[in-house]
Design a binder for this molecule. Structure first.
Ligand SMILES: C[S@@+](CC[C@H](N)C(=O)[O-])C[C@H]1O[C@@H](n2cnc3c(N)ncnc32)[C@H](O)[C@@H]1O
Length: 294
Protein backbone atom coordinates (compact mmCIF):
# COMPACT_ATOMS: atom_id res chain seq x y z
CA UNK A 1 0.00 0.00 0.00
CA UNK A 2 1.40 3.44 -0.95
CA UNK A 3 1.79 6.31 1.53
CA UNK A 4 -1.40 8.11 0.33
CA UNK A 5 -3.45 4.90 0.61
CA UNK A 6 -2.12 4.38 4.11
CA UNK A 7 -3.11 7.87 5.21
CA UNK A 8 -6.57 7.56 3.58
CA UNK A 9 -7.05 4.21 5.35
CA UNK A 10 -5.90 5.71 8.67
CA UNK A 11 -8.28 8.64 8.16
CA UNK A 12 -11.17 6.27 7.39
CA UNK A 13 -10.50 4.39 10.63
CA UNK A 14 -10.42 7.65 12.61
CA UNK A 15 -13.70 8.73 11.00
CA UNK A 16 -15.36 5.40 11.84
CA UNK A 17 -14.37 5.69 15.47
CA UNK A 18 -16.47 8.83 16.09
CA UNK A 19 -20.06 10.05 16.02
CA UNK A 20 -20.34 12.99 13.60
CA UNK A 21 -22.69 15.94 13.55
CA UNK A 22 -21.56 17.33 10.18
CA UNK A 23 -21.23 15.45 6.92
CA UNK A 24 -17.81 16.39 5.58
CA UNK A 25 -15.94 15.11 2.58
CA UNK A 26 -12.45 14.74 3.99
CA UNK A 27 -10.92 12.81 1.07
CA UNK A 28 -12.32 11.36 -2.18
CA UNK A 29 -13.70 8.24 -0.49
CA UNK A 30 -13.89 9.46 3.08
CA UNK A 31 -17.17 11.14 4.03
CA UNK A 32 -18.13 11.55 7.67
CA UNK A 33 -21.50 9.98 8.56
CA UNK A 34 -23.02 13.20 9.88
CA UNK A 35 -26.31 13.60 11.73
CA UNK A 36 -27.20 16.35 9.26
CA UNK A 37 -25.98 17.05 5.75
CA UNK A 38 -25.42 20.80 5.67
CA UNK A 39 -23.56 20.45 2.34
CA UNK A 40 -26.94 20.23 0.62
CA UNK A 41 -28.22 23.59 1.90
CA UNK A 42 -24.96 25.62 2.03
CA UNK A 43 -26.06 27.47 -1.13
CA UNK A 44 -29.34 28.50 0.56
CA UNK A 45 -27.64 30.07 3.57
CA UNK A 46 -27.23 33.82 3.03
CA UNK A 47 -23.46 33.91 3.48
CA UNK A 48 -21.70 36.00 0.81
CA UNK A 49 -20.38 33.85 -2.05
CA UNK A 50 -16.96 35.47 -1.62
CA UNK A 51 -15.52 36.23 1.79
CA UNK A 52 -12.25 37.40 0.32
CA UNK A 53 -10.30 39.53 2.79
CA UNK A 54 -12.85 39.04 5.59
CA UNK A 55 -12.18 38.02 9.18
CA UNK A 56 -14.90 35.51 10.06
CA UNK A 57 -16.20 33.86 13.20
CA UNK A 58 -18.12 30.58 13.41
CA UNK A 59 -19.94 30.37 16.75
CA UNK A 60 -20.48 26.79 18.03
CA UNK A 61 -18.40 25.21 15.29
CA UNK A 62 -18.74 21.52 16.41
CA UNK A 63 -17.13 19.46 13.57
CA UNK A 64 -16.40 22.71 11.75
CA UNK A 65 -18.54 22.55 8.62
CA UNK A 66 -19.41 26.28 8.54
CA UNK A 67 -15.91 27.39 9.50
CA UNK A 68 -14.43 25.29 6.67
CA UNK A 69 -17.12 26.63 4.33
CA UNK A 70 -16.15 30.24 5.13
CA UNK A 71 -12.51 29.35 4.58
CA UNK A 72 -13.47 27.76 1.23
CA UNK A 73 -15.18 31.04 0.27
CA UNK A 74 -11.86 32.84 0.59
CA UNK A 75 -11.97 34.33 4.12
CA UNK A 76 -8.66 35.87 5.16
CA UNK A 77 -9.02 34.37 8.63
CA UNK A 78 -11.58 32.10 10.29
CA UNK A 79 -11.95 31.51 14.01
CA UNK A 80 -14.37 28.89 15.35
CA UNK A 81 -15.46 28.77 18.96
CA UNK A 82 -17.08 25.93 20.84
CA UNK A 83 -17.72 24.58 24.33
CA UNK A 84 -16.00 21.22 24.21
CA UNK A 85 -17.18 19.98 27.60
CA UNK A 86 -20.95 19.43 27.36
CA UNK A 87 -21.21 19.70 31.16
CA UNK A 88 -20.79 23.46 30.55
CA UNK A 89 -23.78 23.73 28.19
CA UNK A 90 -27.02 25.33 29.42
CA UNK A 91 -28.52 22.27 31.08
CA UNK A 92 -31.90 22.67 32.78
CA UNK A 93 -31.89 21.98 36.53
CA UNK A 94 -32.06 18.28 37.40
CA UNK A 95 -30.90 17.01 33.99
CA UNK A 96 -30.12 13.31 33.85
CA UNK A 97 -26.34 12.54 34.11
CA UNK A 98 -26.82 9.75 31.53
CA UNK A 99 -28.10 12.24 28.95
CA UNK A 100 -25.12 14.49 29.67
CA UNK A 101 -22.77 11.50 29.24
CA UNK A 102 -24.42 10.56 25.90
CA UNK A 103 -23.98 14.07 24.52
CA UNK A 104 -20.44 14.20 25.92
CA UNK A 105 -19.61 11.05 23.93
CA UNK A 106 -21.04 12.67 20.80
CA UNK A 107 -18.96 15.82 21.33
CA UNK A 108 -15.83 13.67 21.98
CA UNK A 109 -13.93 16.67 23.31
CA UNK A 110 -13.94 18.28 19.88
CA UNK A 111 -11.93 15.45 18.28
CA UNK A 112 -14.06 15.50 15.09
CA UNK A 113 -13.01 19.06 14.32
CA UNK A 114 -9.35 18.14 14.83
CA UNK A 115 -9.54 15.14 12.46
CA UNK A 116 -11.41 17.19 9.83
CA UNK A 117 -9.14 20.20 10.11
CA UNK A 118 -6.02 18.09 9.65
CA UNK A 119 -7.51 16.12 6.73
CA UNK A 120 -8.61 19.32 4.95
CA UNK A 121 -5.32 21.12 5.65
CA UNK A 122 -7.39 23.91 7.20
CA UNK A 123 -6.01 27.01 8.89
CA UNK A 124 -9.21 27.63 10.92
CA UNK A 125 -8.30 28.41 14.49
CA UNK A 126 -10.62 26.77 17.01
CA UNK A 127 -10.84 28.37 20.42
CA UNK A 128 -12.57 26.92 23.44
CA UNK A 129 -14.95 29.72 24.36
CA UNK A 130 -18.62 30.04 25.21
CA UNK A 131 -20.70 32.46 23.17
CA UNK A 132 -21.40 34.20 26.50
CA UNK A 133 -17.64 34.90 26.88
CA UNK A 134 -17.14 36.63 23.52
CA UNK A 135 -15.19 39.78 24.19
CA UNK A 136 -13.51 42.07 21.63
CA UNK A 137 -10.55 42.62 23.99
CA UNK A 138 -9.96 38.86 23.88
CA UNK A 139 -10.50 37.86 20.24
CA UNK A 140 -11.01 41.14 18.37
CA UNK A 141 -13.87 41.89 15.98
CA UNK A 142 -15.13 40.10 12.87
CA UNK A 143 -16.47 41.26 9.50
CA UNK A 144 -18.79 38.25 9.29
CA UNK A 145 -20.18 36.14 12.12
CA UNK A 146 -22.03 32.88 11.46
CA UNK A 147 -24.14 31.39 14.24
CA UNK A 148 -25.90 28.11 13.45
CA UNK A 149 -28.28 25.88 15.42
CA UNK A 150 -27.22 27.27 18.79
CA UNK A 151 -29.92 29.64 20.05
CA UNK A 152 -32.45 26.85 20.68
CA UNK A 153 -29.85 25.31 23.04
CA UNK A 154 -29.38 28.45 25.13
CA UNK A 155 -31.20 29.56 28.25
CA UNK A 156 -30.49 33.20 27.32
CA UNK A 157 -30.40 33.60 23.53
CA UNK A 158 -30.74 37.40 23.64
CA UNK A 159 -27.85 37.73 26.13
CA UNK A 160 -25.73 35.44 23.92
CA UNK A 161 -26.46 37.59 20.84
CA UNK A 162 -25.54 40.73 22.78
CA UNK A 163 -22.11 39.12 23.31
CA UNK A 164 -21.96 38.31 19.58
CA UNK A 165 -22.78 41.95 18.87
CA UNK A 166 -19.74 43.05 20.87
CA UNK A 167 -17.43 41.27 18.38
CA UNK A 168 -19.42 41.82 15.15
CA UNK A 169 -18.34 44.83 13.12
CA UNK A 170 -20.15 43.82 9.90
CA UNK A 171 -22.68 41.13 9.10
CA UNK A 172 -24.30 38.51 11.31
CA UNK A 173 -25.86 35.43 9.71
CA UNK A 174 -28.02 33.38 12.08
CA UNK A 175 -29.52 30.02 11.09
CA UNK A 176 -31.54 28.39 13.83
CA UNK A 177 -34.20 25.79 14.42
CA UNK A 178 -37.85 26.83 14.12
CA UNK A 179 -41.09 25.12 15.06
CA UNK A 180 -42.93 24.12 11.86
CA UNK A 181 -46.43 24.44 13.35
CA UNK A 182 -45.84 27.87 14.91
CA UNK A 183 -44.19 28.97 11.64
CA UNK A 184 -47.34 27.98 9.77
CA UNK A 185 -49.85 29.43 12.24
CA UNK A 186 -48.12 32.72 13.08
CA UNK A 187 -46.50 34.53 10.18
CA UNK A 188 -45.86 37.93 11.82
CA UNK A 189 -46.36 37.52 15.56
CA UNK A 190 -43.15 36.39 17.34
CA UNK A 191 -44.12 33.17 19.16
CA UNK A 192 -42.08 30.44 20.84
CA UNK A 193 -42.59 27.41 23.05
CA UNK A 194 -40.38 26.61 26.03
CA UNK A 195 -38.99 23.09 26.46
CA UNK A 196 -36.20 23.29 29.06
CA UNK A 197 -36.80 19.95 30.75
CA UNK A 198 -33.97 17.45 31.03
CA UNK A 199 -31.98 18.46 27.95
CA UNK A 200 -30.45 21.63 26.54
CA UNK A 201 -33.33 22.39 24.18
CA UNK A 202 -34.99 25.63 25.28
CA UNK A 203 -36.91 27.84 22.86
CA UNK A 204 -38.49 26.76 19.59
CA UNK A 205 -40.24 29.61 17.81
CA UNK A 206 -41.28 30.85 14.42
CA UNK A 207 -39.08 32.91 12.04
CA UNK A 208 -40.67 36.13 13.41
CA UNK A 209 -39.44 35.08 16.87
CA UNK A 210 -35.90 34.61 15.53
CA UNK A 211 -36.03 38.10 14.00
CA UNK A 212 -37.27 39.55 17.29
CA UNK A 213 -34.50 37.89 19.32
CA UNK A 214 -31.87 39.28 16.94
CA UNK A 215 -33.40 42.76 17.11
CA UNK A 216 -33.71 42.61 20.89
CA UNK A 217 -29.96 42.01 21.06
CA UNK A 218 -29.21 45.26 19.23
CA UNK A 219 -29.07 44.27 15.57
CA UNK A 220 -30.98 45.59 12.58
CA UNK A 221 -32.35 42.75 10.48
CA UNK A 222 -31.55 43.66 6.89
CA UNK A 223 -33.66 41.19 4.91
CA UNK A 224 -36.76 39.07 5.60
CA UNK A 225 -36.08 35.69 7.23
CA UNK A 226 -35.88 32.68 4.92
CA UNK A 227 -37.02 29.14 5.70
CA UNK A 228 -34.72 26.21 5.02
CA UNK A 229 -34.68 22.51 5.87
CA UNK A 230 -31.42 20.80 6.79
CA UNK A 231 -31.56 17.22 5.47
CA UNK A 232 -30.50 14.27 7.60
CA UNK A 233 -26.99 12.95 6.98
CA UNK A 234 -25.87 9.34 6.58
CA UNK A 235 -25.45 9.09 10.37
CA UNK A 236 -29.15 9.62 11.09
CA UNK A 237 -31.74 6.92 10.58
CA UNK A 238 -34.74 8.32 8.77
CA UNK A 239 -38.20 7.46 10.13
CA UNK A 240 -40.73 5.77 7.81
CA UNK A 241 -44.37 6.86 8.16
CA UNK A 242 -46.18 4.22 10.23
CA UNK A 243 -49.52 4.10 12.07
CA UNK A 244 -49.59 6.29 15.18
CA UNK A 245 -46.31 8.06 14.43
CA UNK A 246 -47.90 11.48 14.02
CA UNK A 247 -49.78 11.31 17.34
CA UNK A 248 -46.91 12.74 19.43
CA UNK A 249 -44.96 15.98 18.92
CA UNK A 250 -41.68 14.00 18.90
CA UNK A 251 -43.08 11.68 16.21
CA UNK A 252 -44.25 14.61 14.07
CA UNK A 253 -40.81 16.22 14.33
CA UNK A 254 -38.96 12.95 13.53
CA UNK A 255 -41.15 12.42 10.46
CA UNK A 256 -40.72 16.04 9.35
CA UNK A 257 -36.90 15.73 9.60
CA UNK A 258 -36.93 12.46 7.61
CA UNK A 259 -39.30 13.76 4.98
CA UNK A 260 -38.10 17.30 4.41
CA UNK A 261 -35.22 18.06 6.80
CA UNK A 262 -34.82 19.84 10.12
CA UNK A 263 -36.83 23.10 9.88
CA UNK A 264 -34.64 26.19 10.26
CA UNK A 265 -34.79 29.87 9.34
CA UNK A 266 -31.99 32.27 8.44
CA UNK A 267 -31.68 35.92 9.38
CA UNK A 268 -29.12 38.47 8.16
CA UNK A 269 -28.41 41.40 10.46
CA UNK A 270 -25.99 44.21 11.21
CA UNK A 271 -25.17 45.73 14.60
CA UNK A 272 -27.43 48.70 15.23
CA UNK A 273 -25.74 51.97 16.07
CA UNK A 274 -27.60 52.29 19.35
CA UNK A 275 -28.98 55.78 19.89
CA UNK A 276 -28.12 57.49 23.15
CA UNK A 277 -30.84 56.73 25.71
CA UNK A 278 -33.57 59.39 25.74
CA UNK A 279 -35.38 59.64 29.08
CA UNK A 280 -34.03 56.16 29.85
CA UNK A 281 -35.47 54.62 26.67
CA UNK A 282 -33.73 53.53 23.50
CA UNK A 283 -35.04 54.29 20.02
CA UNK A 284 -37.42 51.52 18.84
CA UNK A 285 -35.88 48.99 16.47
CA UNK A 286 -36.34 49.60 12.76
CA UNK A 287 -38.76 47.44 10.77
CA UNK A 288 -36.91 48.26 7.62
CA UNK A 289 -35.67 45.18 5.72
CA UNK A 290 -33.13 46.78 3.48
CA UNK A 291 -31.32 44.95 0.70
CA UNK A 292 -28.51 42.83 2.08
CA UNK A 293 -25.16 44.57 1.71
CA UNK A 294 -22.82 42.93 -0.78
C1 LIG B 1 -26.47 21.70 17.23
S1 LIG B 1 -24.72 21.98 17.23
C2 LIG B 1 -24.55 23.25 15.99
C3 LIG B 1 -23.31 23.06 15.12
C4 LIG B 1 -23.06 24.14 14.07
N1 LIG B 1 -23.02 25.46 14.65
C5 LIG B 1 -24.04 24.11 12.92
O1 LIG B 1 -24.75 25.12 12.69
O2 LIG B 1 -24.11 23.14 12.19
C6 LIG B 1 -24.57 22.85 18.76
C7 LIG B 1 -23.15 23.29 19.12
O3 LIG B 1 -23.28 24.31 20.12
C8 LIG B 1 -22.18 24.21 21.00
N2 LIG B 1 -22.49 24.98 22.22
C9 LIG B 1 -23.34 24.68 23.23
N3 LIG B 1 -23.36 25.67 24.14
C10 LIG B 1 -22.51 26.63 23.67
C11 LIG B 1 -22.12 27.90 24.16
N4 LIG B 1 -22.59 28.38 25.30
N5 LIG B 1 -21.23 28.62 23.43
C12 LIG B 1 -20.75 28.14 22.25
N6 LIG B 1 -21.10 26.95 21.74
C13 LIG B 1 -21.96 26.20 22.45
C14 LIG B 1 -22.02 22.72 21.18
O4 LIG B 1 -20.75 22.41 21.69
C15 LIG B 1 -22.24 22.23 19.75
O5 LIG B 1 -21.00 22.24 19.08
Amino acid sequence: MGGTDTSAATLAVEVEGLEWYHTLELAPDVITPGWLDTRKIAHQVPLPASLSGKRCLDVATFNGFWAFEMERRGAAEVVGIDVLDPARWDWPAGSDPETIATLAARQAGGRGFEIASRALGSAVERLERSVYDLDPDDIGTFDVVYLGSLLVHLRDPVGALECVRSVCSGTLVVVDGVDPLLSLLFRRLPVATLDGIGRPWWWYGNPANLVQIVRAAGFDVVEPPRRLYIPPGPGQQTVPLRPGLLRTRGGQMAFMVSWKGDPHASVVARPRALAAPVLGKQAPPSDDFRARPA
